[in-house]
Design a protein around this ligand. Structure first.
Ligand SMILES: [Zn+2]
Length: 258
């Protein structure tokens, strides 16, 4: 699965590294990609310039957006227009992201899938609008802040140049599919809550820790009142979904090690 991307004939016509990265990573996904949401062993390309989707599953139609980089992404992934990203989150149309990192010799060193349901508004920050002299003056792009996404939602597909087992990756993806089944407003609230909880150090936390996010949740979702009862109720939802366990009264533990 992790064969070298070096098909030099493909690269002859492209000069910039970002163009090369794009061409090579797309070719790689066409050859090696597979669906995480079902058992389909290939992905199909979407029509060029389809907004926010590069690939889709020909069986279940789950969408994927590919980002590739020579070197490491670090903590931020540069994405397209801020407004379009926020709209797709609100409408529940966010694709699963595939983050590909490769070596200077075009060898795929890492590939991480970001589960679509955990990409919430609070993980996206607007970049500085383009200046008045730019061709698209005022256009505002965005960054995805990777550490803001719960560790459960960052699923390694290739690590240190080696492909991980597809069954393990699909299981990790399936564990979060309970979010997908919720109506959009409930899903985004719970996904945000889960991301915030995962920002706490370690895998254990208390009810007081969870209550500590009351203000943030209130400001992100002003239409939701009675936040403390909702926090308690959503902790039960996370327990029933197998994301965390209740250790003792008011104490919780995430099942996946962070
Ligand atoms: Zn599928």
């Amino acid at each position: 699965m992790t064969d070298n991307l070096q098909n030099s004939y493909l690269l002859d016509h492209y000069k910039s590294n970002s163009q090369k990265a794009r061409i090579m990573s797309e070719a790689w996904v066409l050859k090696n990609g597979y669906c995480l949401a079902c058992a389909t062993e290939c992905l199909a390309p979407t029509i060029a310039n389809t907004r926010t989707k590069d690939f889709f599953c020909p069986t279940c139609h789950h969408g994927y957006e590919l980002k590739s980089k020579q070197g490491s992404f670090g903590t931020r992934v540069v994405d397209g227009a801020y407004s379009a990203m926020i709209a797709s989150i609100r409408n529940g149309r966010t694709p699963t992201f595939l983050l590909m990192e490769f070596s200077p010799g075009w060898f795929v060193k890492g590939l991480t899938a970001i589960h679509h349901s955990l990409i919430t508004q609070d993980c996206i920050i607007a970049r500085k609008p383009l200046g008045p002299l730019a061709r698209r003056a005022g256009w505002t792009g965005c960054n995805i802040v990777l550490p803001s996404i719960a560790v459960e939602g960052r699923i390694p597909l290739v690590t240190n140049g080696k492909a991980n087992e597809r069954a393990i990756a699909r299981n990790a993806f399936a564990r979060l599919q309970f979010l997908d089944k919720l109506p959009a407003n409930r899903r985004t609230w719970l996904a945000t809550f889960m991301n915030l909880l995962r920002g706490l150090p370690g895998d254990n936390f208390s009810l007081q820790d969870a209550y500590g996010f009351e203000q943030i949740l209130a400001s992100l979702y002003p239409e939701n009142n009675n936040i403390r009862p909702k926090i308690r109720q959503q902790l039960q939802v996370l327990r029933d979904a197998g994301v965390l366990r209740f250790v003792s009264r008011g104490n919780y533990q995430f099942i996946v090690k962070g």
